[in-house]
Design a protein around this ligand. Sequence first.
Ligand code: AMP
Length: 397
Amino acid sequence: MLNKKSVDDINVKGKKVLVRCDFNVPLQEGKITDENRLVAALPTIKKLIADGGKVILCSHLGKPKGEPKPELSLAPVAKRLSELLGQEVKFAADPEVVGPNAKAAVEAMNDGDVILLENTRYRAEETKNGEAFSKELASLCDVFVNDAFGTAHRAHCSNVGVTQFVDTAVVGYLMQKEIDFLGNAVDNPERPFVAILGGAKVSSKISVINNLLDKVDVLIIGGGMSYTFSKAMGGHIGNSLCEDDYLQYTLDMMKKAEEKGVKLLLPVDNKIGDDFSNDCNMQVVSRGEIPDGWEGLDIGPKTEEIFCDAVKDAKTVVWNGPMGCFEMPNFAHGTEALAKALAETDATTIIGGGDSAAAVNILGYGDKMTHISTGGGASLEFLEGKELPGVAAANDK
Ligand code: AMP
């Protein structure tokens, strides 16, 4: 069980607090088009202000590849954050991120002030976890807070390197919530524990399948990845997505499920199309009976019933990956049925970031889930049972 020190365990009065946030927001012509990540960062920032800290925020934005790119400046974020907080967030414009301007801005801070540094990825060392930039960041502060779950699976200067040069490194509320939900679900779930995996490829979720088979009571596999299982079982899958290199792996996983007493549920029928488009000809066929020239694009109605039934009595459900090509309305039904089933259970429902989070939100069930992770890659690595460097770097309680 991960037990990390958080912002509730420290006294920041009069101290300089560097907070790594995830302000990697979509921008169009300098305008923020989705501010969820800014809103999600507010509780930690407000807490540190209320406690009298000098709050120095930092984040990456996009991929400036180690050099200043005006279109990827965090200036618009400082402006919008000021409005959301109801207090000025001074932008420490500085092409070196921690250069003379940023240092002067920090020196001028009073207790309860907030400043935002420039995009950490303006510095090439950032993504290499270089020592010099880590030290520069650490030199600005007395205390470090990591509240950026989205980058927790990466070891960069601003979330990992910096912690080697500060005495106190803790997690913020957003990070704490992710650790509590994902960590608890995987290590200490209320049972029955059901995991649902979908999405395009088996290969991107090999370790997730393997790790979850040691933990869950039921594993549901749908989406594009299920056709590799179907082919391995001798089925005909037409033009459906398939990774021939993983046929044996899927058989091994089926064997492992049997040995562990895990109920492995695969689609029994599929909604198929004669083209990868919403307006193609469609039909429903049994698993393994997809004609040539057709491809599986969603789970079928019988499968929906079986999957939704398995979720009904669960106490914990973790979901990563859609059941079909949910971006096309004609093939969103399976994903939607499952989202609805999750919304209606009393179980703790945890949605992995990325596509699954997008699907649940687009389909309108976002507010019915217990927790939607803010990190796609990071939540997958959690489910793989890996130690996330950004989490590991925080002080233990
Ligand atoms: P992933 O990033 O692996 O979770 O994959 C998500 C993507 O998988 C989504 O864009 C879906 O459209 C796609 N997907 C799901 N099911 C299928 C399928 N049967 N055939 C092709 N793509 C699929």
